[in-house]
Design a protein around this ligand. Structure first.
Ligand code: ATP
Length: 457
């Protein structure tokens, strides 16, 4: 190929490049440009040949320029440049050296990235907007939960609430797991409140509190005169009461195997017969169940039916014990002190040491125990400030049997005090009368009577 035609070929290649191509000398004087210059920057070739890029930068044609950076670094440099009409260019400057290694030319090519930059800005704005909306939702949600008396500051509790929130709108079976007093019932109520069934009933059935022999009659109801001692009018059971709403089966782990079969059939078919009745009844409800027992272990031990477990366990939510979510304790204390203060007509305040001590407790009975302690502290303190001494004296009273003191209470009163303390502790731990009776080796009616007597609930 002849020398002339090689040059022509180079020129043709250069001009065919869609991107702008510009060559300056070492001082930044423009020697050559491609035709795309007009299309991209709106500049005529004849107007800028011989011009200095520094001058064009001053005039605001494009800024910043890559030339000084290439001169300084003596290597390829890429920058984002802004031109008129806020166009954005990705500009790369390449140094060309003479045979002595001195900077001779700077070749620059630019690529229009306006659209890309706009997209990036848009994306950035969208991300900011999303962040803002997310924060707003979080604030609204916190406010909603706070208004409904549900404190959730810890990440663990927040993630429980997130799942609860997600499943509230669909009729999926939810199984709430966690120790006694962690807030399972409260969460079940909130799921109901956020569900489309909120205007319909929320029927709570404490499976552990209904004596085995009465379960069917209580759960499915019975027809008039169905059995000796039954009401003449018959009775509607929990199953029927839940029509249209949410049926909350609390303490489901306490159900006997025989009743598990019946409940499973009922959950699957959503139909039932009242005791002594022959009319099949249909009911439409959403099911939430809860237990503080390790259901999986019970299944392995064949104490809980696997098929029922799978039915219930569609969406499990495990609420961690209070001791594992320390960041909930202080907000809970503030909330409870405030609401008990209002209930008992006086604003109370905890001394910092009391706060410290409460934060360090193990809270085996979880939020219920914390509530009981704060309620007792508030009710029994005569001053507005609850002190460490007050807490200690209350703990002492709770701990052991009272010892004999001159002019102390009568023996009956002392025994009653002690009995009350035992029942309070047992109630915090086991909640149901059936369970308490079992643990204390007494009958369920006795426990129910004594709880009533001592106003423990
Ligand atoms: N996060 C919370 N914020 C405010 N109050 C709470 C919270 N969690 C629980 N409580 C309160 O603590 C008490 C016990 O909660 P709840 O009855 O829901 O516990 P539970 O897990 O269902 O207990 P159990 O297994 O013994 O039935 C209730 O009075 C409830 O309102």
């Amino acid at each position: 190929m002849k020398k002339g035609s090689r040059l022509e070929e180079n020129e043709a290649i250069l001009q065919s490049l869609l991107d702008d191509f510009l060559v300056t000398d070492a001082k930044g004087l423009i020697l050559r440009v491609s035709h795309a210059m007009k299309q991209l920057y709106g500049l005529e070739e004849k107007d800028i040949i011989g011009e200095s890029v520094y001058e064009l930068e001053k005039q605001g044609v494009f800024t910043p320029i890559v030339t000084p950076l290439v001169k300084e670094k003596k290597e390829r440099v890429t920058i984002i440049q802004t031109a008129k009409e806020n166009k954005k260019f990705l500009v790369t400057g390449v140094p060309v050296f003479d045979e002595k290694g001195r900077l001779w030319r700077i070749a620059t090519y630019s690529h229009d990235v306006t659209e890309l930059a706009n997209m990036k800005d848009y994306l950035g704005e969208m991300e900011d907007e999303m962040e803002r909306v997310k924060n707003e939702i979080q604030i609204l949600r916190n406010r909603y939960f706070q208004e409904h008396g549900f404190i959730a500051h810890s990440p663990e509790m927040k993630s429980c609430l997130d799942v609860a929130h997600q499943v509230a709108s669909v009729d999926v079976n939810v199984l709430l797991l966690g120790e006694s007093g962690v807030g399972k019932t409260q969460l079940a109520k909130m799921i109901h409140q956020e569900s489309p069934r909120r205007k319909e009933p929320f029927i709570e059935v404490n499976c552990g509190a209904i004596p085995d022999s009465l379960f069917e009659a209580e759960f499915f109801g019975y027809e008039a005169g169905a059995f000796t001692g039954s009401s003449q009018k018959g009775k509607i059971g929990f199953a029927e009461l839940a029509e249209g709403g949410t049926l909350f089966l609390d303490e489901i782990g306490e159900l006997s195997l025989a009743h598990q079969v019946k409940v499973l059939k009922f959950i699957q078919e959503k139909t039932f017969y009242r005791v002594g009745g022959n009319k099949q009844r249909k009911v439409n409800f959403r099911l939430i169940s809860a237990t503080n027992r390790p259901l999986e272990e019970l299944v392995e031990e064949k104490k809980f039916r696997e098929d029922l477990y799978f039915r219930l366990n569609v969406v499990p939510i495990t609420i961690p014990p209070l001791r594992e979510r320390a960041s909930d304790i202080i907000p809970l204390i503030h909330y409870l002190v405030d609401s008990f203060g209002k209930k008992y007509g006086g604003k109370k305040e905890l001394e910092p040491q009391v706060m410290q001590e409460l934060c360090n407790k193990e809270w085996k009975g979880n939020v219920r125990e914390l509530m009981n302690v704060l309620e007792r502290l508030i009710v029994t303190s005569s001053s507005n400030k609850i002190t460490k001494e007050h807490l200690q004296s209350m703990n002492k009273k709770q701990k052991g049997p009272a010892v004999f003191q001159e002019n102390s209470k009568s023996l009956t009163e002392l025994i009653e005090d002690y009995e009350k303390t035992i029942l309070q502790e047992a109630y915090i731990k086991h909640k149901t009368t059936v369970k308490i009776a079992e643990k204390l080796g007494t009958s369920q009616p006795t426990v129910a009577r004594k709880l009533k007597k001592y106003k423990i609930n």
